[in-house]
Design a protein around this ligand. Structure first.
Ligand SMILES: Cc1cc2nc3c(=O)[nH]c(=O)nc-3n(C[C@H](O)[C@H](O)[C@H](O)COP(=O)(O)OP(=O)(O)OC[C@H]3O[C@@H](n4cnc5c(N)ncnc54)[C@H](O)[C@@H]3O)c2cc1C
Length: 423
């Protein structure tokens, strides 16, 4: 039975100052604070709420709604595990996470469409890389994977062109912001709390407890899990974690295909990725809403929340510039950096890449359609952290690198983190 009483929530030191009626919090043996209500933080909060009766969850979020950053600005693709190094956390948690997510979307009536994906090689020199990708995908057990020739490509995607391709029929699209909202509902229903408009400004460790502060407000918890996406390194440091790795923001810009050309793409059409980068290359993606987008590219952003080319933050830039890894990365990858900036400035440069595998959609057929900012961890030595990275230091657990496919993997990441913390 649910009942309501007028109380100050025991987990909250200062909060509902209007004295509003709140659902009574069950008496908790332990309180876990989660910083960040993106899909990862919410999945972890949900997992704890459902699997550990007696443990109360309080998720705090700086925005006025959940899923406003990477979770709300991604491609909506449920990856099947093609790209990831066999044995890595990405490979393991993406494969498991996809199945869990498919089941969850089914239970909750959230859009989930297995429209399938082609990874197309258009040049002779890409065929070797396609072979390597196929080997990886098979080791990762990607279901239904098939190698197809040019006529096979046209059967699946009549307007795509290439020398050979991999077809992954179970790669899907979904509504990740919808999934995040459903996770938040699950947490609330299980007696936990998702506290919005709570930008964390300090995390104070005391004997036996931790105080998470946001100006005048605070929450006292037993353990903290940091899932702050693009701000994760800063927040983890507030909580006493190490400075490395640093988060570097890479903006991913999208183009929207005109309605007249939308039917030229049935599912998803990707290029063969460059193995030196954790990004998959500009691709065609159908959305659950029916629109088709091209993107995202990967441009170094001039602010952590640099959703446009003109967004600029001096402190963020100083943070990027003073990290030794940034300069090592720039030395290694400046040519690609310049190419990405050129594509960002010019629609025809941007579409020149995409036209290699869908020749009938050009610069005149697309309009700019917003962007997301990837939180990509960079080590001190200039290496882009490839795998998911989760770091535990006493009562603080920080998800330090959760780029794509972390949305796909969110339910499996949650189970993994909970097993790491509680055994
Ligand atoms: C352009 C792009 C395309 C992508 N495409 C895909 C895809 O197709 N498939 C896929 O699986 N993955 C994709 N990803 C990756 C995926 O979106 C992310 O891996 C995933 O959303 C990460 O979730 P998160 O919860 O860690 O981060 P976020 O969603 O960024 O959430 C972090 C939250 O922390 C909050 N926060 C930060 N600082 C504070 C603070 N001080 N106090 C309180 N709250 C704070 C933020 O407001 C935010 O809500 C893509 C990402 C991008 C950017």
């Amino acid at each position: 039975m649910r009942f309501y009483i007028k109380v100050k929530n025991p987990a909250i030191d200062s909060g509902s100052r209007d004295g509003s009626i709140r659902e009574a919090a069950p008496v908790a043996d332990e309180i876990i604070g989660i910083i960040g209500a993106g899909i990862v933080g919410l999945a972890i909060g949900r997992e704890i709420s459902l699997r550990r009766p007696g443990t109360r969850v309080v998720v705090v979020e700086k925005e006025s709604e959940v899923g406003q950053h990477q979770t709300g600005h991604n491609s909506g693709v449920v990856h099947a595990g093609i790209y990831y190094t066999p044995g890595s956390l990405k490979a393991e948690l993406c494969t498991r996470g996809r199945l869990l997510l498919r089941e969850y979307c089914g239970e909750r009536g959230i859009a989930y469409d297995e429209c399938g994906k082609l990874v197309v090689a258009v040049r002779e020199d890409e065929l070797g890389r396609l072979d390597d990708l196929e080997k990886r995908a098979r080791e990762n057990g990607v279901p239904g994977l098939r190698r197809v020739d040019p006529s096979g490509i046209r059967e699946i995607e009549p307007h795509a062109a290439g020398l050979a391709a991999l077809h992954s029929p179970e790669t899907a699209i979904t509504d990740f912001p919808g999934v995040a909202k459903a996770f938040a509902e699950d947490i609330r229903r299980a007696g936990g709390e998702v506290r919005l408009n709570f930008p964390v400004t300090a995390v104070k460790r005391n004997v036996g407890s931790i105080r998470i502060e946001s100006g005048e407000q605070s929450v006292t918890v037993d353990q903290v899990i940091v899932c702050a996406g693009i701000h994760t390194d800063k927040v983890a440091r507030l909580a006493g974690d190490e400075p490395a790795p640093r988060i570097i923001p890479f903006r991913g810009e999208y183009m929207r295909v005109s309605d007249e050309k939308t039917d030229l793409v049935r599912g998803m059409i990707y290029p063969v990725p460059d193995p030196r980068y954790p990004f998959l290359g500009v691709h065609f993606t159908r959305r659950v809403t029916g629109i088709v987008e091209v993107g995202p590219n990967a441009v170094l952003a001039t602010a952590r929340e640099g959703y446009t080319r003109t967004t600029f933050s001096l402190p963020d830039l100083a943070g990027i510039a003073t990290w030794p890894g940034t300069w090592q990365m720039a030395r290694k990858h400046w040519r690609t950096g310049i190419k990405e900036v050129r594509g960002s400035l010019s629609k025809s440069h941007y579409m020149a890449e995409a036209m290699r595998y869908v020749p009938e959609i050009g610069a005149a057929d697309v309009v700019r359609a917003g962007a997301g900012v990837r939180a990509q961890a960079l080590d001190r030595d200039g290496s882009l952290v490839d795998d998911f990275r989760i770091h535990r230091l006493g009562p603080v657990t920080a998800v330090r690198n959760a780029p794509s496919p972390a949305a796909t993997s969110s339910l499996a990441i949650a189970a993994h983190v909970v097993a790491e913390i509680f055994g």
